[in-house]
Structures are given as C-alpha cells and as structure tokens.
Write a protein that binds this ligand. Structure first.
Ligand SMILES: *Cc1c(COP(=O)(O)O)cnc(C)c1O
Length: 341
C-alpha cells in the first residue's frame, strides 16, 4: 500500500488533513447517494439548526491495519445503530446501517494512504456526524440535513501511552440530566462537560468523574468515557444510568470480562464504592482503556496504583481487546468487519 510520508509512531491525537471526506444531504425526506469531497469547509446557511439549536450528533470509531494486512473496523454496525438513536432523540433523520457502512468504506478507500501501518500504535480515526443544515428561526427541526464522514490518522489518545491517570469526583457540575440526552452522542453534552473537565485539569487531575445529577450518590461516567471498577470478589462493575452514553468499548469489555470469568454487572454504583475497588478504568474508542490510578472524592482518595503501572485487570482487558482489533487474537464474537479496498 502506498502511504503518506508521516511519522506514524509519533502522531498525536490531533486533527490532520487527509485528502477526502464524504457528504450526504437529506432533502424532501431522502438521503442522496453521497459525494466524495476534497473540501474541508462546509458551506452552510447561517440559520442552520445545528448552529442555533444543537441539532448535531456524532460518532467515533477507528480503522486498523491488522497483522495480516487487512484493514478492518470494530463493531461499526453498533456505531450506526447508536447514531440512529442519537438522531432520533433530537428529531433528525436516521441513516440506514448499510448507508453508514458504505460511507465508512468509501471514505477509508479514498484515504487509503493515511491508514497507519500495523505495529505503529496509530489508527485511522473515523468521525461521522449528522447536522441540521436547514434554516430555522423558530424552534423546530430542520428540513435539510448533512451526514458527513471525515477521517484523520491519530496516535494514542494519551502520548504517555497506557499509564494510569488521576480522576476527581465532580460534585458542582453535571454533564447530563437524568432524562435528558446524556445517553446519546450529541455535541451539547461535550460543551456541558467542558467546565467540569477544565476544573479537574486546573486542580491537577486528568479528568472529572461525574455523579448522577438527581441524587449525587451514584457514579455516572467520566466526561468522554465510561467508567468501570473491579471488586474484591472479581466482578467487573459499571454504572447503570440513563444519563451515561452506552459505550461500545464498555459493551465489548463486559463480554471479555465474562470470557475471563470476571462476572460483569451493570448496576447503580454508589460513589463510596470507589474505596472498595481493587482496579478501575475509563473506556472508550479513543483511548480503549485508561487505567485509573486514583480518584479524589471530597477529602479522601481511593488509590489503585502507587507505582505508576496500570492494574492487572485493566491490563488484561486492554490487551485482549486490542489484540482482537489487530487480528492477533481470534475474533470470536464477530466484532471485526473487513473494509473492501
Ligand atoms: C463516545 C463516548 C463514550 C465512549 O463510547 P465508545 O463507543 O466506547 O467509543 C463514552 N462516553 C461518552 C459521553 C461518549 O460520548
């Protein structure tokens, strides 16, 4: 494969221009066939609903070059289904799963030379988004939409690599309301999470860990990633909450935890339980697993790692998942889709 001349082993998690993106428009009730564009700019009406009323949803997934040279994506059907739940929740048209996967195929094929080589730790990050482009002044859903898929080659989310981080329980800001839109992937949730995240960073932590907004008693998730803890009796515990985004990474780790005999459970997790866990992590596509070193809560601190090394369970789960993605371990659960190139 002819590749771009990039320092693949030292890519950051930042936007880098590639050659093409793909754009579909929705008008009069139908999506068009999509156009491959070399333009990074989207011309748009200044009264577009995505700019005023937050009609915007996105996804995030990655393409990997496997050990045998195949280029694959991980569970992208789940991203398509989740994007549809997001669109539906904020009155945007949904996207047939086949159209979503076809868009992913086309945009990867057009940008082949940006697929990072196997073994570099880099991946091709894929960012689909749907936006309301129709002009409105009254609060109503738009009559026109765009579905765009852009890609950019990225290195590991944290340049320090698979190293544990420090979290702080955030009590004065909420990311999402109990019956709001916290369970769908809309940009507004990220704007709402910026303040808590910046506050955590200003205090020397990596990220905030949010509590349920109603009672402030239970763990929700950490800004852009789900949370899990491992109990003394070897259970993988992750919060059940309707303001948490259903992470595909978490869903996959639940299966892998089960395969390893870790008894996964999804349930309300009282915040005090952080002091009982023997290992903990955050999970999402971008970083896969971010092991947690400590969690500060009021005047106490739960500590999982004192030597700067990730915990045993985070490490095992991380290796298992990454090895499936890279084709080093067999794909027993049918999570991998090969991209026709
Ligand atoms: C995208 C996202 C995640 C991670 O989901 P994955 O499907 O694992 O990438 C977790 N929390 C929030 C709020 C998200 O937006």
């Amino acid at each position: 494969m002819q590749r771009a001349d990039l320092d693949w082993k030292n890519l950051g998690f930042t936007y880098r221009k590639t050659d093409f993106n793909i754009r579909y428009t929705w008008k009069d009730g139908v999506w068009n066939d999509g156009v491959v564009s070399s333009d990074e700019i989207i011309p748009m009406h200044m009264a577009a609903t995505c700019l005023h009323y937050g009609q915007q949803a996105f996804e995030g997934l990655k393409a990997y070059e496997q050990q045998n040279g195949d280029v694959v994506v991980f569970r992208d059907n789940e991203n398509a289904l989740r994007m549809n739940r997001s669109c539906d929740k904020i009155y945007m048209p949904t996207i047939p799963v086949e159209m979503f996967q076809d868009a992913v195929n086309r945009v990867i094929d057009a940008n082949k030379k940006y697929i990072p080589p196997f073994g570099t730790g880099a991946t091709l990050y894929i960012r689909p988004l749907v936006i309301g482009t129709g002009a409105r002044i009254g609060v109503r859903p738009a009559d026109e939409y765009m579905f765009i898929v852009m890609v950019t080659p990225v290195g590991p989310y944290f340049k320090e690599g698979f190293k544990p981080v420090d979290l702080v329980v955030e009590e004065s800001f909420d990311r999402a309301a109990p019956n709001g839109v916290g369970d769908v992937k809309v940009g507004g949730n990220y704007a709402a999470g910026l303040r808590g995240s910046f506050k955590a960073k200003a205090q020397g932590y990596t990220e905030a860990l949010y509590l349920d907004a109603r009672e402030k008693k239970y763990l929700d998730e950490s800004g852009p990633a789900n949370f899990f803890g491992i109990t003394k009796d070897k259970q993988y515990v992750t919060p059940q909450s309707n303001s948490v985004l259903p992470s595909i990474t978490n869903m996959s780790l639940i299966q892998l935890a089960d395969d390893m005999g870790l008894n996964p459970v999804r349930r309300a997790v009282p915040v005090e339980e952080i002091f009982e866990f023997i290992d903990a992590g955050c999970c999402g596509t971008a970083a896969v697993i971010t092991p947690v070193s400590s969690i500060a809560y009021r005047d106490r601190k739960a500590v999982y790692s004192t030597d700067g090394q990730p915990g045993e369970y985070c490490t095992r789960l991380y290796n298992q998942l990454v090895n499936i993605q890279l084709g080093i371990e067999p794909d027993k659960h049918g999570w991998i889709r090969k991209i026709p190139l």
